[in-house]
Design a binder for this molecule. Structure first.
Ligand SMILES: [Zn+2]
Length: 75
């Protein structure tokens, strides 16, 4: 049997090593030691602060639920 696949393999949570700005809002400063969401796209990383990450992920969770419902309703 094939291994279960994932569409969200590129998402990881980690601690900030060196201070930088949030990719979603340049006014959000991430300081060393804070938590961030790392999104790897085509071998480059985009990093988001905790507040932005939670908002974006919650929106995506809703979208994923809708997609599951859509598939269920069409088969
Ligand atoms: Zn942010």
């Amino acid at each position: 049997m094939p291994r279960p696949k994932s569409f969200i393999k590129r998402l990881t949570v980690e601690r900030v090593a060196h201070a930088h700005n949030c990719q979603h809002n340049q006014k959000h400063r991430l300081e060393a030691g804070e938590v961030r969401l790392k999104v790897t796209i085509n071998r480059t990383n985009e990093n988001y602060c905790a507040n932005c990450a939670i908002q974006i992920l919650n929106r995506d969770i809703d979208k994923l639920r809708r997609l599951v419902q859509e598939i269920e309703s069409m088969r």
